[in-house]
Design a protein around this ligand. Structure first.
Ligand code: NDP
Length: 294
C-alpha cells in the first residue's frame, strides 16, 4: 500500500514558516507584507477561493487588500486598478482572480501586473524566466507539487517524470520545474497515443487533467510517486457531490510508492505557496535576501 502524501499537513507547516518569516519581515521593515486580491463579478467558486485566500493571508500575519468589482467592470477600469496596485508600496503581491467576465481579456490584464508583484507567476516575463531557467515567480500549484515531491524523494535528478496536462497554469510550468530538477520529462495531453504505456515509464506522475479517476492503478510503474492535481466533483448516491482526483485512488494506492489524496493533497498547497510567493516578493522589493526555509 502506498504512503499517503499529506499535503494538508505540509501546507500547514509551510504556512507556519511563512507566518514566522512574515513576523520577522514586519519587525525589520516596519510594515506587514501585503497581498492584494482582485475579484471581478460574483462567480461563487471564485468568491470561496478569494475568501479563503484573505483569511489565510491575515492568519499568516500579512496585510490583505481586497478589491471587489462588479461584473460590468470594463477592461480599462480593471487595468487602472492594477496600475494603482503596481504603484502602491504597501502591496507586494497582486492576484487577479480568474475567470474574468467576457469583456475583459485575461492576458492583457495579467500582463499589466508588475512581474515583481506577480505572485501567480502568470505574466509572460515570469513564464519566460521559468522557461529560461532564471529566478522569477513560479505558479503556485506546480511549485506546491514540486515541494511535495522533493519532500518525499529528495533528489529528483535523472528520474522519469510524466506530466499529464499542458495548461499554462499547471502542466507546462510543472514540466519546466521538473526539467529544472534534471528529470527526464514527458508531457502528455489529449492527443497522446497509448497514454497508459507513457504513464508506465514514470517514476514521478503528475496528473493535471480534470477528468475524474482517469488514471488507473494498472497504468502505474510499481513504486511510482503520484501527484494528483485534479479536482473533480462527481455525484454521490445521496444526491450530493464528492471531490475526486484525476487518478483512481483505490487502485493506484495498491501500486504506487506514494500518492497524494484528493482532497487533502495538492489542494491545500496552492494557497500556502501563494503566501510564500508574496513574502518572497516582499523581501525582494525591500532589498532583503530571500527568507530561508521557504
Ligand atoms: P485544463 O483544462 O486547462 O487542462 C487540462 C489538460 O488535460 C489539457 O492539456 C488537456 O489536453 C489534457 N487532457 C484532457 N483530456 C485528456 C485525456 N483524455 N488524456 C490526456 N490528457 C487530457 O486544466 P487545468 O490544468 O487548469 O487543471 C487540471 C486539473 O487540475 C483540473 O481538475 C483542475 O480543477 C485542477 N486544478 C487544481 C488546482 C489545485 O489547487 N489543486 C489548481 C489548478 C487546477 P489538451 O491540451 O490536448 O486539450
Amino acid at each position: 500500500m502506498a504512503e499517503i502524501i499529506d499535503g494538508k499537513a505540509f501546507a500547514e507547516g509551510l504556512r507556519n514558516r511563512v507566518a514566522q518569516a512574515a513576523g520577522a519581515f514586519s519587525d525589520k521593515i516596519g510594515r506587514k507584507a501585503g497581498l492584494a486580491v482582485v475579484l471581478v463579478g460574483e462567480d461563487p467558486a471564485s468568491q470561496i477561493y478569494v475568501r479563503s485566500k484573505r483569511e489565510k493571508t491575515v492568519e499568516a500575519g500579512m496585510e490583505s487588500f481586497h478589491h471587489e468589482l462588479p461584473a460590468s467592470t470594463s477592461q480599462a477600469e480593471l487595468i487602472a486598478l492594477v496600475e494603482r496596485l503596481n504603484a502602491d508600496d504597501a502591496v507586494d503581491g497582486i492576484l487577479v482572480q480568474v475567470p474574468l467576465p467576457d469583456q475583459i481579456d485575461e492576458k492583457v490584464v495579467t500582463n499589466t501586473i508588475n512581474p515583481a508583484k506577480d505572485v501567480d507567476g502568470f505574466t509572460f516575463i515570469n513564464v519566460g524566466k521559468l522557461a529560461a531557467g532564471e529566478q522569477g515567480m513560479v505558479p503556485c500549484t506546480p511549485l506546491g507539487c514540486l515541494m511535495l515531491l522533493k519532500d518525499r524523494l529528495g533528489e529528483l535528478s535523472g528520474l522519469d517524470a510524466v506530466v499529464i496536462g499542458r495548461s499554462n497554469i499547471v502542466g507546462k510550468p510543472m514540466a519546466q520545474l521538473l526539467l529544472r530538477e534534471s528529470c527526464t520529462v514527458t508531457i502528455a495531453h489529449s492527443r497522446t497515443r497509448n497514454l497508459p504505456d507513457v504513464v508506465r515509464r514514470a517514476d514521478i506522475l503528475v496528473a493535471a487533467v480534470g477528468r475524474p479517476e482517469m488514471v488507473k492503478g494498472d497504468w502505474l510503474k510499481p513504486g511510482a510517486t503520484v501527484i494528483d492535481v485534479g479536482m473533480n466533483r462527481i455525484p454521490r448516491e445521496d444526491g450530493k457531490t464528492r471531490l475526486v482526483g484525476d487518478v483512481e485512488f483505490a487502485t493506484a494506492a495498491q501500486v504506487a510508492g506514494a500518492i497524494t489524496p484528493v482532497p487533502g493533497g495538492v489542494g491545500p498547497m496552492t494557497i500556502a505557496v501563494l503566501l510564500r510567493n508574496c513574502l518572497v516578493a516582499a523581501h525582494a522589493r525591500a532589498g532583503l535576501p530571500p527568507p530561508v526555509d521557504l
